[in-house]
Design a protein around this ligand. Sequence first.
Ligand SMILES: *[C@@H]1O[C@H](CO)[C@@H](O)[C@H](O)[C@H]1NC(C)=O
Ligand SMILES: *[C@@H]1O[C@H](CO)[C@@H](O)[C@H](O)[C@H]1NC(C)=O
Ligand SMILES: *[C@@H]1O[C@H](CO)[C@@H](O)[C@H](O)[C@H]1NC(C)=O
Ligand SMILES: *[C@@H]1O[C@H](CO)[C@@H](O)[C@H](O)[C@H]1NC(C)=O
Ligand SMILES: *[C@@H]1O[C@H](CO)[C@@H](O)[C@H](O)[C@H]1NC(C)=O
Ligand SMILES: *[C@@H]1O[C@H](CO)[C@@H](O)[C@H](O)[C@H]1NC(C)=O
Ligand SMILES: CC(=O)N[C@H]1CO[C@H](CO)[C@@H](O)[C@@H]1O
Length: 473
Amino acid sequence: MGEVFRLLLSFLLYALLSSPVQSASKVPFHGVGVNYGQLGDDLPSPSTSVDLIRSLRASAVKIYDANPAILRALCGSSLVVSVMVPNGLLPSIGTNQSAADEWVATNIVPFAGDLRIRFLLVGNEILSDFASNSSFWPFLVPSMIRLHRSLRCFSLRGIKVSTTHAMDVLQTTFPPSAGQFRSNVAESIIRPMLQFFHRTSSFYFVDAYPYFPWSANSSSISLDYALFQGNSSTYFHDPASGLTYTNLLDQMIDAVAFAMAAEGFPDVRIGLAETGWPNAGDLDQIGANVHNAATYNRNLVRRVKKHRGLRTPARPSSAIPVFIFSLFNENLKPGPGIERHWGLLYPNGTAVYEIDLTGRRPPGSYPPLPPATNNEPYKGQLWCVVAPGVTNATALEEALSYACGQGNGTCEAIQPGGKCFEPNTVAAHANYAFNSYWQQFRSVGGGCYFNGVAAQTIIDPSYGSCAFPGKKQ
Ligand SMILES: *[C@@H]1O[C@H](CO)[C@@H](O)[C@H](O)[C@H]1NC(C)=O
Ligand SMILES: *[C@@H]1O[C@H](CO)[C@@H](O)[C@H](O)[C@H]1NC(C)=O
Ligand SMILES: *[C@@H]1O[C@H](CO)[C@@H](O)[C@H](O)[C@H]1NC(C)=O
Ligand SMILES: *[C@@H]1O[C@H](CO)[C@@H](O)[C@H](O)[C@H]1NC(C)=O
Ligand SMILES: *[C@@H]1O[C@H](CO)[C@@H](O)[C@H](O)[C@H]1NC(C)=O
Ligand SMILES: *[C@@H]1O[C@H](CO)[C@@H](O)[C@H](O)[C@H]1NC(C)=O
Ligand SMILES: CC(=O)N[C@H]1CO[C@H](CO)[C@@H](O)[C@@H]1O
């Protein structure tokens, strides 16, 4: 055996044996997963949905509960599965080991033999819920610890226990090297959580959407940078770390990596629980279109394929598991229009745009995309009126009474004798009330949706002496 060869061999052996703990660095799955949300009243059955997930060639699926019908439909598929404990169970699971054991016995154990369950996520964005549920925060880490103990007890050692976090768990994200957790959770919750992830080789899961920082600040952040197609003039160089960023997603994820390092945990692995781009939205929401959504998700999956996993400048050697949000457009999600338009598929199973989640399909082989029509903010006036095609009088009356019930003179003009009382129909009054409500309450989060019966328009609905206030964008 030649000396060079022997040296090479011993080096290889050394590299093999001295590489970090195998289980900690193993890629949980190759390729890209998809989030299968259920907030729609028109979604296909679980088994049809699982067929659709396979046709997209996803590697993994994440659900927001442990719905047994979905888990049964997944049996026999090779998909890696991530299940979730509903937020509302945290107080009982966090204080009661029997409750944790019972949850695992009922929801996981029956499927563990036939499914590749790899992640058990305990609650969804718990630390971003300030209003009703900040009272749940103290139960988050205890719940994870108890569920981990239950899984071991049932010999289910392959399942990592974690939870998901929105970006607002950080108080600083820019530049990424300055990433820092919010002071109201850093010491009390984040530090013990990172300790738990470190001890159990689990992952910090983040929901990161470049769409939001870009759309809030489209004049200073380049769209191409957000869509993974920037050039050297749009790259960001972080002076403190010396790292160069070619896209906004890496920048956001590394803010998390640096925040964890600042708490003393530089080696806890990161997972991307949700990312994506809306394929449509309201008239006052920029950049939400099929062109950008397809571009974002196709470029993302190609990156994952090319680098054998998502890797960021601060974490070049550990692949980040990725779940795209979402499988379907979900019509029951509240909030602005983009919220109902994250899907790769329409509820009828048709693709919003074609995508091969393995990232193998050459970009040039996709059919041309429709042009992006709203990448600049809309500058004209907008009004909020009854959505086209809505005829359900009950639904309109409910929305009308909600809008008028918010007070502040919203519905004065449609009272008897008011300038907009005639025509005295539910539809006409709803038109007026929706607009009046929206113009007044927009700046404090009031939406133009009313459970689907209202929509924005660029056409001034004023008539006769009845003026509808419009607002310039
Ligand atoms: C703990 O959980 C078990 C199983 O759900 C339940 O039977 C028991 O009543 C709970 N104990 C307390 C103190 O809530
Ligand atoms: C917009 O981006 C610029 C440059 O990155 C930054 O300085 C500014 O604080 C951002 N503004 C908002 C509102 O995020
Ligand atoms: C680089 O990207 C920016 C923003 O997308 C664009 O304005 C500029 O023309 C590009 N420069 C080159 C050399 O392609
Ligand atoms: C599915 O739904 C989309 C959006 O509503 C529609 O454009 C498309 O024609 C539908 N496809 C089928 C096969 O019904
Ligand atoms: C009309 O709206 C009401 C209230 O939102 C709802 O309960 C009902 O199912 C709707 N009817 C139809 C035919 O969609
Ligand atoms: C209520 O109306 C007053 C007077 O028009 C206005 O100043 C105030 O901002 C309104 N409140 C809200 C929440 O829109
Ligand atoms: C988002 C979420 O989990 N909200 C929950 C907050 O807590 C109440 C009970 O206190 C639940 O009903 C909600 O579902």
